[in-house]
Write a protein that binds this ligand. Structure first.
Ligand SMILES: [Zn+2]
Length: 357
């Protein structure tokens, strides 16, 4: 039987319902990095158009940009920008008629205080409305040793679980760099760090699942960014081995772990469907939607060069006001981002699968 949910930001038990529906229905949702109202609105528009639920996420830099690059105190800007984006989605997702999951992307050791400050805002929102502000946060301590990684995850999850929040953790390393977290030096098809050990996934399951809900970014050779073919070797069978080990040890049934696919941009389509069959419910996409957004601006400038040099044509007196109106430029970028997301929803099999009603 199929469940339905009210459109809007989804948290707590409703989030679990959404995850279950995705895993049982063998589809995943795109998690799109947004940096402005333009990109947030494009994601909601694309989700509504494709009748799919969607994950909207902010990196620390994206959150800062949302607050405004000129906003004083970069730490406060990262916190307030994320809070501002969250309120924007709370207000509008319902109106777009979709279920939106609100999430923050990679936070390394230095960014733990950022996540803790955001949890504070969710606690406050929970005490007023019965819902946290964010559905989940990510803590990426994969650059630290695993004892520290897991104990910090447990510490934060103990605080998040009582208000219905979920935590995404990372084991193994996603290659490449995402907004200052990680590095390009580790890219290479033979780097063992790029492939998570199933034993580590079992350890995370045993420690965290009694505390609350967590999802797991396990590495199977994935990298952030788009690189020359051959530099990336995806091995989704690593995910299968991790799921099997947890199932064999604890008799959970198939695919007990809720897995996340980082670095989805530029990935081969058949590896995406393999990953979904091994329990991936979320695929991050940033590089490809960034390119879609910027590409449209580039072509617009190419097609209307004079409108970016003159307000009035020096030869024939034509006014260019309509061409240089920023809405015209940004709308083209949004439309192009929506088109790239059409492809992502199709790749992930989520078209028409929204639970919103
Ligand atoms: Zn990532």
């Amino acid at each position: 039987m199929s469940h339905t949910l009210k459109p809007g930001v989804v948290t707590g038990d409703d989030y679990q319902t959404l995850l279950k529906a995705a895993k049982e229905g063998q589809y995943a949702m795109p998690a799109v990095n947004a940096v402005s109202t333009s990109s947030v609105n494009a994601v909601m528009e694309a989700a509504a158009k494709n009748k799919s639920d969607v994950i909207i996420q902010l990196s620390n830099g994206g959150a800062q940009f949302y607050a405004g690059q000129g906003c004083p105190d970069s730490f406060e800007a990262k916190v307030l920008g994320a809070v501002s984006a969250a309120h924007h989605v709370h207000l509008l997702a319902e109106h777009y008629g979709i279920c939106a999951i609100l999430h923050t992307d990679h936070a390394n050791k230095a960014l733990i205080p950022w996540v803790e400050a955001l949890i504070g805002y969710s606690e406050d929102h929970f005490s007023k409305t019965g819902k946290p502000l964010f559905t989940s946060h990510m803590l990426d301590l994969s650059a630290e040793d695993i004892d520290f990684n897991l104990s910090e995850c447990a510490r934060l999850l103990k605080r998040m679980a009582p208000i219905g929040m979920s935590l995404e953790i990372e084991l193994g390393v996603t290659g490449g760099e995402e907004d200052g977290v990680g590095s390009d030096d580790d890219i290479g098809a033979d780097n063992p760090l790029l492939y998570t050990q199933p034993e580590d996934c079992l350890r995370a399951y045993e420690l965290l699942s009694p505390i609350g809900h967590f999802s797991l970014a396990a590495s199977f050779g994935n990298v952030h960014g788009v690189y020359k073919p051959g530099n990336v070797k995806l091995r989704p069978e690593i995910l299968k081995a991790s799921q099997a080990l947890v199932d064999e040890t604890h008799g959970t049934g198939v695919n007990p772990l809720d897995l996340v696919f980082h670095g989805g941009s530029g990935s081969e389509k058949d590896k995406i469907s393999d990953a979904i069959s091994y329990g991936v419910f979320k695929m991050n996409i940033d590089t490809d939607t960034q390119f879609a957004f910027s590409k449209a601006i580039g072509s617009y400038v190419n097609d209307n060069p004079k409108a970016f040099l003159y307000q009035v044509d020096p030869e024939d007196g034509t006014p260019y006001k309509k061409q240089y109106d920023p809405r015209k430029i940004l709308r083209g970028a949004e439309t192009s981002m929506v088109e790239r997301l059409d492809e992502a929803f199709a790749d992930l099999g989520s078209v028409g699968k929204t639970l919103a009603q």
